[in-house]
Design a protein around this ligand. Structure first.
Ligand SMILES: [Fe+2]
Ligand SMILES: [Fe+2]
Length: 272
């Protein structure tokens, strides 16, 4: 298979991100990239619309795995064994987490890049940058977990947007430019109905004065793979500096209500 070098590097977050990766991480990323390209080619060549699974088919897969789907991505690898992680500095910053635990973080970087290009507020750009980073820790209810994790350090609107983007992802809003994502037919099943607590949260959000904050995160919540997108953390460091209250003791050691969450991502190999 021919590899478009530029597209591959862009998919990892740009040349700077690649430079920071180990040889092993690069090899693994290349393999993953080739698999994705192959899947896309097969789908395109067959000329058929993708067939989405049902909820029952997805449930039938549960007992075929030795891990649960909600496991944070730092804790399980679907491509061979997990790797030894680099140590973190004594006083880790958000940037250290991006470089040493969240990488390549392509999805959140692409979302934030789009938010910046379309002139959104700094609170929303920051929300886009952070909206899914908690998936490294845990996946179910990631809006709530994700907001809790960042809440001590970010503006109220940013935490609100992260908490409720999870709910609004299930509800199209064509006027705002948000459609139900194909990816959700794929991962939840095409006949999936959100549970009652999500429905109730949606009804409450619809009339909330801050409805548009999480809505704008969903608008930027793309799964699209743009081979020309060059993304890195660098363009967001000013916004992070202005709006993310970096604790002087380091994330994880500042005794905030969510310090333990950062510590768990720092040391996912701890047995207890
Ligand atoms: Fe999300
Ligand atoms: Fe997302």
């Amino acid at each position: 298979m021919e590899i478009d070098r530029r597209a591959f590097i862009a998919s990892l977050g740009g040349a700077a991100a690649v430079a920071g990766m180990s040889h092993e991480a690069k090899a693994e990323a290349l393999e993953h990239y080739m698999e994705e390209q192959l899947d896309a080619q097969v789908a395109a060549n067959s000329g058929q619309a993708e067939k989405f699974p049902t909820v029952a088919e997805i449930e039938a897969q549960i007992e075929t795995r030795d891990f649960r789907r909600g496991t944070g991505s730092l804790f399980a690898s679907n491509r061979g064994n997990v790797k030894k992680l680099p140590a973190m500095p004594d006083k880790p910053t958000l940037k250290d987490f991006f470089e040493l635990r969240f990488q390549p973080a392509n999805h959140v970087l692409q979302s934030a890049t789009r938010a910046m290009k379309t002139g959104m507020s700094e609170e929303i750009i920051l929300a886009c940058l952070l909206h899914d980073v908690v998936l490294n820790l845990i996946k179910p209810d990631h809006g709530w977990w994700g907001a809790q994790m960042i809440e001590p350090y970010v503006p109220e609107k940013t935490a609100f947007a992260v908490r409720y983007h999870q709910t609004l992802r299930f509800y199209p809003d064509p006027e705002a430019g948000y459609e139900y994502p194909d990816q959700y037919y794929r991962i939840f099943g095409h006949d999936y109905q959100p549970p009652k607590y999500i429905e109730d949260t949606y009804k409450w959000l619809k009339n909330h004065k801050w409805y548009m904050e999480p809505r704008l995160v969903t608008v930027n919540d793309l799964y699209a793979f743009d081979p020309n997108a060059k993304v890195s953390l660098e363009p967001f460091m000013d916004i992070v500096g202005r709006h993310f209250k970096q604790p002087k003791e380091g994330l994880g050691y500042d005794n905030s209500p969510s310090s333990h969450m950062w510590r768990t991502m720092m040391h996912p190999d701890n047995p207890l």
